[in-house]
Design a protein around this ligand. Structure first.
Ligand SMILES: [Fe+2]
Length: 250
């Protein structure tokens, strides 16, 4: 049994295609949230998701914004323009597909009970990263006694054992933040997990974001998004991701 573990695609179809080209022969997929927002290839991403090995899709914070757009009402105007354009051009079939996503929770996969979470913690520490204190992982585990807790959201590939529980982040498919031009993901093969990555062609993404005409009113923001894609730092070079990049994380 081979299970593909992916998270944080963020509307990057070439990145997902590269993962599927390499390991699309998996028996199942566990998707840990953030499918299309904010990224310029929403419909293409959903088409690929529909054709990937079927398994379980968990809602991420940006997926809730697709089904309930009022969640981003208060965002700054450039982000509002970006999200609004994406959703205005999003096919009804995409909405229908995303409404089938499941809430975070305990799910058995290949006979192994797993806690599947997107990884968002409210208040204070929002992203779990390799140097986050143990108590935040315990909080993410939420009292579950599942051996595995799979989560995404921080866009860093790492794993950590706390009180005998294994916390695994497969990294981000479509928006790496550790300065590397690659789609990151993970595989469970016969119950053993490993991290993977694959390079992809970023040019179609860069061309797609250029076609979002409302962003031409925010040229600095548009350029920042493109720079993030080109450098492999996603939404920009920020700590703590710069440090993790230097430490060799993907
Ligand atoms: Fe997220």
């Amino acid at each position: 049994m081979k299970i593909l573990v992916i998270a944080d695609i963020h509307g990057n179809a070439e990145a997902l295609q590269a993962v599927l080209n390499k390991d699309g022969d998996a028996d199942r997929t566990i998707f840990l949230g953030d499918a299309v927002l904010p990224g310029p290839q929403a419909n293409e991403t959903i088409e690929l998701m529909k054709n990937m090995p079927q398994g379980i899709n968990i809602f991420g914070n940006h997926d809730y914004e697709v089904v309930e757009p009022s969640l981003f009402d208060e965002w700054p105007p450039h982000w509002l323009a970006y999200n609004k354009w994406i959703l205005d051009h999003f096919d009804q079939a995409g909405y229908d597909y995303m409404k089938t996503f499941q809430p975070e929770g305990e799910y058995e996969q290949d006979g192994i009970p797993m806690l599947l979470r997107h990884g968002y913690l409210s208040g204070g520490v929002r992203h779990l990263v390799p140097n986050t204190p143990d108590d935040k992982f315990v909080e993410l585990g939420g009292g579950s006694d599942c051996r595995y807790v799979l989560f995404g959201h921080s866009h860093i590939q790492f794993r950590r054992t706390v009180n005998g529980q294994e916390f695994i982040n497969p990294g981000s498919v479509g928006q790496n933040r550790c300065g590397r031009q690659a789609a990151c993901y993970g595989l469970f093969e016969d119950g053993v997990f490993r991290h993977c990555n694959v390079p992809y062609d970023n040019r179609p993404w860069l061309e797609a974001i250029d076609r979002i005409t409302p962003l031409h009113d925010f040229p600095e923001f548009l350029q920042r998004q493109k720079n993030g894609m080109i450098t492999g730092f996603g939404i920009g070079e920020h700590e703590p991701w710069i440090r993790f990049s230097e430490e060799g994380y993907w």
